[in-house]
Ligand binder design. Structure first.
Ligand code: SAM
Ligand code: SF4
Length: 339
């Protein structure tokens, strides 16, 4: 009896050749965005995916239903900017009803969040990540090449009001651009229930020229935070994501440190990505893609989709090669992969 149960249990788990359990799918629902962050998109001339090539919500739901049966239990929606895609809240409520999906989250630039927070919460979204790289309105316009700083803050406040939790604020720290704000972001955690996460700047497709010299490494950031106050590590029994978590004494919120470049966490990687045009990517930094759209649109069966998932699993690289001579900057823009 126990043997059958164990077999069924293991049947519902996906492992790659490096014995990593894969249970997390990040879905980029659009490559479009209402901002033009310098590190992510060019100001002009971005090649957009033609509308007819973008997966419909029905197609994505079918992929998730098939993958959930195999062991995918966590979904994050991202983009581009996911909140600009029409019908996103209804789509989320359909995702939330898929058997096996236990965790649903979303990454947004926050500009439209004030209007969406309530309906996202009702749709079954558990938690949210909001990207914000500066606490200065003019700097916001410089970094994103658009206005909207106040709107993002209204969005954050609304997310707190409707109790989306946790609310994580993602800050990409770049030397010479926003590095003087490391400390001000940290102070937000003292009185707000926010997790401020510092993310190392990564080489990606079309953002403004990526220079290694512009990276502010996590050890550098940590050392600056230690000058703000005593940081205590928050212990965790098991792998709960790439952020190393800390708290300042007496703070309501938390600090998260994410160092994909200086301290790669590939050994623990549990992710696959689905691009807006229906390709599975096995690593943020590899251009190898496994098609699912062709199967969805040419009469492929659920078994075919499952096979594509297994191909993806088998070809997931052991690690990325940033900082080594093997590294090649990937061709797709971060906004068309889903960062
Ligand atoms: N538009 C949404 C947003 O900004 O949150 C979702 C998509 S965006 C591509 C997802 C995340 O990727 C954001 O937190 C953004 O800051 C991050 N990102 C984009 N380009 C990056 C880069 N070159 N290095 C590090 N993070 C990057
Ligand atoms: Fe848009 Fe997000 Fe990229 Fe900024 S980081 S341009 S908000 S997709």
């Amino acid at each position: 009896m126990l043997g059958i149960w164990l077999l069924e249990f293991l049947n519902n788990m996906l492992f790659d050749p490096y014995h990593r359990k894969i249970n997390y799918l990040r879905i980029s629902v659009t490559d479009r965005c209402n901002l033009r962050c310098r590190y992510c998109m060019p100001e002009e001339g971005l090649q957009l995916i033609p509308h007819e090539e973008i997966l419909t919500y029905e197609e994505i739901l079918r992929v998730v239903r098939v993958f959930a049966k195999e062991g995918i239990s966590k979904i994050r929606l991202t983009g581009g900017e996911p909140l600009i895609r029409k019908g996103i809240s209804e789509f989320i409520s359909q995702l939330a009803r898929i058997e096996g999906i236990r965790d649903l989250s979303l990454t947004t630039n926050g500009t439209l969040l004030k209007d969406f927070a309530g309906s996202l919460k009702k749709s079954g979204l558990n938690r949210i990540n909001i990207s914000l790289d500066t606490l200065n309105r003019e700097k916001f316009s410089l970094i994103t090449r658009r206005n909207g700083y106040e709107k993002v803050w209204q969005g954050i406040e609304e997310a707190m009001k409707v109790s989306l939790s946790p609310i994580k604020i993602n800050m990409v720290a770049i030397k010479g651009l926003n590095d003087e704000e490391i400390e001000s972001f940290a102070l937000l955690t003292l009185h707000h229930p926010l997790m401020v996460r510092y993310i190392e700047y990564m080489p990606s497709g079309n953002g403004e020229e990526w220079k290694e010299g512009n990276i502010l490494t996590i050890p550098e950031i940590k050392s600056r935070l230690e000058d703000v106050g005593k940081l205590t590590a928050i212990p965790s029994d098991e792998w709960d994501g790439p952020a190393r978590r800390f708290r300042f004494e007496g703070a309501i919120g938390e600090i998260g440190l994410i160092g994909p470049v200086s301290d790669h966490f590939c050994d623990h990687c549990n992710r696959l990505r689905l691009t807006p045009d229906g390709k599975i990517r096995t690593c943020l930094f590899s251009d190898d893609e496994i098609d699912v759209r062709g199967f969805l649109r040419n009469g492929g069966s659920d078994e075919d989709l499952k096979k594509q998932l297994l191909v993806a699993l088998k070809t997931k690289p052991e690690r990325h090669h940033i900082n080594t001579h093997q590294f090649k900057k990937c061709q797709r823009n971060m906004s068309a992969i889903g960062g």
